[in-house]
Design a protein around this ligand. Sequence first.
Ligand code: PNS
Length: 164
Amino acid sequence: MRIAVCPGSFDPVTNGHIDIFGRAADLFDEVIVATGLNPSKTRLFTPGERIDMLTEVCREFPNVRVAGFTGLLTAFCQEQGAVAIVKGLRAVSDYEYELQMAQMNSSLAEVETVFIPTSPEYSFLASSLVKEVAMFGGDVSGLVPDFVRERLITRLDERKRSGA
Ligand code: PNS
């Protein structure tokens, strides 16, 4: 049984992420989509909310499950018996940082990183840009699932009203 972990912040999950989940699910027996903590990012959704949205979108993939982790990604992979970390690569600009993380992770544990090139229609897509576009009233349909778009708009409205 070959298990892979597909980690990320997923704040929120986009159609680009879902494309990678499905393609990783074709390559491995089991895929664990795992939301972790990126200390350099501020978050709009709580870990529980992100897990809920991921669970909803992963329902279509029978061999994908969703989890959260708080410590090191490599510790989580070891705990789960995962042989690989799957990351989507949008552009050359992603590669430098992703390569550094892959090498750091392989120095910490026996785990390979597998890069999947993002489908061209999603190569510009990033959760941070989706949030920014939605914040300024832009239409993000087609970039995230409809229910995610609704939650995004609701959360941004709440934030605006509370002055945060
Ligand atoms: O979607 P992101 O923000 O690029 O995801 C980054 C994430 C959460 C996968 C990464 O920050 C991570 O692995 N965090 C866990 C802590 C860790 O293991 N850090 C060392 C990375 S080399």
